[in-house]
Structures are given as structure tokens and as C-alpha cells.
Design a protein around this ligand. Structure first.
Ligand code: TYD
Length: 134
């Protein structure tokens, strides 16, 4: 599956680096919610769900972690480690996050407020939802 990345401008100078992300400009949706994962145990995997409508951009602003994305047909795993790079996760994509480094902070920009009814937490149900026969 083709992964979509956004390369954000890094305003870097001798004081350090600064990255800004603006709604509908640097990413293709209005940011309604921001959350971040940190202190994740290296042996822990998270996610294991898809969203019916939610779009997200994942930015590993510190450390590193693996993101596995699956559209029901293909599955791809990438290691995120660049704070200037966002990985787009559209709707109907199953995601799993794992192998978090100790210092990992995974920032998530989301197009909607938290809504449990938008989640598909069962993989077989996800395959049915996207019309893939097992
Ligand atoms: P959970 O969905 O289990 O995290 P993940 O699937 O990404 O590993 O979320 C953990 C808890 O946090 C769960 O009780 C729901 C809550 N939560 C919110 O209250 N708001 C949010 O925006 C998110 C993403 C989770």
C-alpha cells in the first residue's frame, strides 16, 4: 500500500528547531483533537483498530516507534523517527504501533473529537467493513 507522508518545514537555527503544522495547509484536514503517547513500554503494542471516518497524522516528535498500517489488502510497517515528518492515516486503515523507544513521544493530529462509535476494534470486522473476503 502507498503510504502518504508530509514533510514539514523545520525552522532550524542556532537555537534549535521549530516545526509548525497548520490545519488545511500542511495537512489535509482541520485539526479538532491532539493527543500523544509517551512512556510506552518497549514490549507494548498499541492501536489495533481502524476508524470509519477519522483522519490522522502521526508525528514521532521524540524517539522512535514502528507504525504498521493495513488497508485490508496489504500491510506495511515503517519506523517513525523524524519530528519534521508526518505519516497520514486515513479512514478505514487498521493501525498497530510497537517497538517504542524509551524516549518516544508519538503526537497524533486528528480530524474529529474522540468518538468511540467511530472505532472498529476487531480485525475480522474491519475486513468485512472494507469489503475484503478472508
Ligand atoms: P486507546 O484507544 O486504548 O488507545 P490506542 O488504541 O491508541 O492504543 O485509548 C486509551 C484510553 O484513552 C481509552 O480509555 C480511551 C481514551 N482516549 C480518550 O479519552 N480520548 C482520546 O482522544 C483517545 C485517543 C483515547
Amino acid at each position: 500500500m502507498k503510504l502518504r507522508y508530509f514533510e514539514f518545514k523545520n525552522h532550524s537555527d542556532d537555537r534549535g528547531s521549530l516545526v509548525a503544522v497548520e490545519s488545511n495547509k500542511d495537512i489535509p484536514f482541520n485539526i479538532k483533537r491532539v493527543y500523544y503517547l509517551f512512556d510506552t513500554d518497549a514490549s507494548c503494542s498499541r492501536g489495533f483498530h481502524a476508524h470509519k471516518t477519522l483522519q490522522q497524522v502521526l508525528i514521532c516528535v521524540s524517539g522512535e516507534c514502528d507504525i504498521c498500517l493495513d488497508d485490508g489488502h496489504e500491510r506495511e510497517t515503517v519506523r517513525l523517527s523524524n519530528p519534521s515528518c508526518g505519516l497520514y492515516v486515513g479512514n478505514n486503515i487498521w493501525r498497530e504501533m510497537s517497538n517504542f523507544s524509551k524516549d518516544a513521544v508519538l503526537l497524533v493530529l486528528a480530524s474529529e473529537l474522540y468518538d468511540e462509535s467511530d472505532y472498529i476494534r476487531n480485525y475480522d470486522e474491519f475486513l468485512r467493513y472494507v469489503g475484503v473476503d478472508k
